[in-house]
Design a binder for this molecule. Structure first.
Ligand SMILES: Cc1cc2nc3c(=O)[nH]c(=O)nc-3n(C[C@H](O)[C@H](O)[C@H](O)COP(=O)(O)OP(=O)(O)OC[C@H]3O[C@@H](n4cnc5c(N)ncnc54)[C@H](O)[C@@H]3O)c2cc1C
Length: 316
C-alpha cells in the first residue's frame, strides 16, 4: 500500500478532532501513515497523532505556519511530498486546510478533490451531489499524490494505540508571504458544534431571532450546542457558523433536536448521521418527520419551554 499523509491541523491545546478522524481512515488506505503538523502545538500533538495511527509526525512549531495563509505550510508539504512520495494527502475541509491544499496542488500539479465524505482507495472518493440526494464515487486520475479534502465528522476517530516518531521539518525559505494581521474568534460557550453530543437546531419555525434564546437555554441544560438552518442564517438571525447542511457544517451528534425546521435535503445532508433525531414542528407532514426517531407535532414556542421546564423540574 502507498504511504498516506494526513495534514493534521493543530492548536496549542492539541490536534483538531478532525485530524484524528482522518488518521483513522488513513490506516485503511495506506501504509505507512504520516501526519504533517505545522504551527504552534505541533510537537506536543505528536503523541496523540501517534495514538491514532501516525507512525511519523513531521512537525514544526513555528508560528510562521499559522500566520502565512498556507504559503509556508504548502511549501513544506511540497518538499515532504517530493521526498516521501505519498499516494494520497488527506485534508479537512476547514478554511485553513483549504488554503494549504490548494497551494500544494498548484506546486505539485496533482489532482485535488474537495467535499469528500468517504474514500474506498487512495484514488477513489465519494461525494454528495444534488443537495445530498445522491452520493457519487469519483475516480481520481493524474499524478500522485491525490489530494482529498474531507468533510469533518465523516469518520469516527478510533485510537490504534501506536506511537509516532517526530521528524522536524525546516521552515521553508521564501520571499515575504502575506501575513494574517488579525484573527477574530467568535465568542462561544459550550461545546463546538461538530463535537457536541447534543445539537439543538432552529429554523424559520422559531418565528423570530430572539426565540433562539430558548434553544440556547435548552442546549445549555443538555450540555449541547446550537445549530440552525440556512433560512435563518440568511435572515441574519444567527451567524453562518451555526449553519448545518450542504453549504454549512456536518454534525453527527448522539441527539439532534430539529426545532421548526422543515427537513429540506440541503439541511438533512448535514445532520442525517445523528444517532437519534427529535423533530418539533407544527406541520405533521413536514419532511423532517420521515427521518425523526421522535416527532412532536406542535408549536415550537409552546413545546420547547415545556421541555425546559420538565428538565428543570426533574433535576430539582
Ligand atoms: C444550493 C443550496 C444550498 C443550501 N444549503 C443549505 C444548508 O446548508 N443548510 C440548510 O439548512 N439549508 C440549505 N439550503 C436551503 C434549504 O433548501 C431550505 O430552504 C432551508 O433548509 C429551509 O430552512 P427552514 O427549515 O428553517 O425553513 P422552512 O423550509 O421555511 O421551514 C420552516 C418549518 O417550520 C415549521 N414551523 C412554522 N412555524 C412553526 C412553529 N410555530 N412551531 C413549529 N414549527 C413551525 C414549518 O411547518 C416548516 O416545516 C440550501 C439551498 C440551496 C438551493
Amino acid at each position: 500500500m502507498p504511504p498516506v499523509f494526513v495534514y493534521a491541523e493543530v492548536t496549542p491545546e492539541g490536534p483538531r478532532p478532525v485530524a484524528l478522524e482522518l488518521l483513522t481512515k488513513a490506516r485503511s488506505l495506506g501504509d505507512p501513515v504520516a501526519a504533517v503538523a505545522l504551527g504552534p502545538g505541533a510537537t506536543a500533538a505528536a503523541e496523540t497523532l501517534g495514538a491514532y495511527g501516525a507512525s511519523t509526525v513531521f512537525a514544526n512549531d513555528d508560528p510562521v505556519f499559522s500566520e502565512t495563509l498556507g504559503h509556508a505550510a504548502a511549501l513544506s508539504l511540497a518538499g515532504l511530498v517530493e521526498e516521501h512520495r505519498p499516494g494520497l494527502v488527506l485534508f479537512s475541509t476547514s478554511h485553513d486546510a483549504r488554503d494549504v491544499a490548494g497551494r500544494l496542488q498548484a506546486l505539485t500539479g496533482s489532482t485535488l478533490m474537495s467535499n469528500a465524505t468517504d474514500l474506498s482507495a487512495t484514488d477513489r472518493a465519494q461525494m454528495p451531489i444534488f443537495g445530498g440526494a445522491v452520493t457519487v464515487e469519483v475516480a481520481l486520475e493524474g499524478p500522485d499524490p491525490k489530494i482529498v479534502l474531507v468533510r469533518p465528522t465523516s469518520f469516527a476517530a478510533e485510537p490504534s494505540g501506536g506511537t509516532a516518531t517526530v521528524e522536524p521539518v525546516p521552515v521553508p525559505q521564501g520571499s515575504p508571504w502575506p501575513r494574517r494581521v488579525e484573527r477574530h474568534e467568535e465568542a462561544a460557550t459550550g461545546p463546538r458544534l461538530e463535537e457536541a453530543r447534543v445539537v439543538v437546531s432552529g429554523g424559520r419555525g422559531l418565528q423570530e431571532a430572539s426565540n433562539f434564546a430558548l434553544l440556547e437555554e435548552l442546549a445549555g441544560l443538555l450540555k449541547g450546542a446550537v445549530g440552525a438552518s440556512r433560512a435563518v442564517v440568511d435572515a441574519g438571525w444567527v451567524p453562518y457558523s451555526y449553519q448545518i447542511g450542504q453549504t454549512g457544517r456536518t454534525v453527527k451528534p448522539e441527539v439532534y433536536i430539529a426545532v421548526g425546521i422543515s427537513g429540506a435535503t440541503q439541511h438533512v445532508v448535514g445532520m442525517k448521521g445523528a444517532k437519534r433525531i427529535v423533530a418539533i414542528n407544527k406541520d405533521p407532514d413536514a419532511p423532517i418527520f420521515r427521518l425523526a426517531d421522535l416527532g412532536v407535532v406542535g408549536d415550537a414556542l409552546t413545546v420547547v419551554p415545556q421541555v425546559i421546564a420538565e428538565i428543570r423540574s426533574r433535576r430539582g
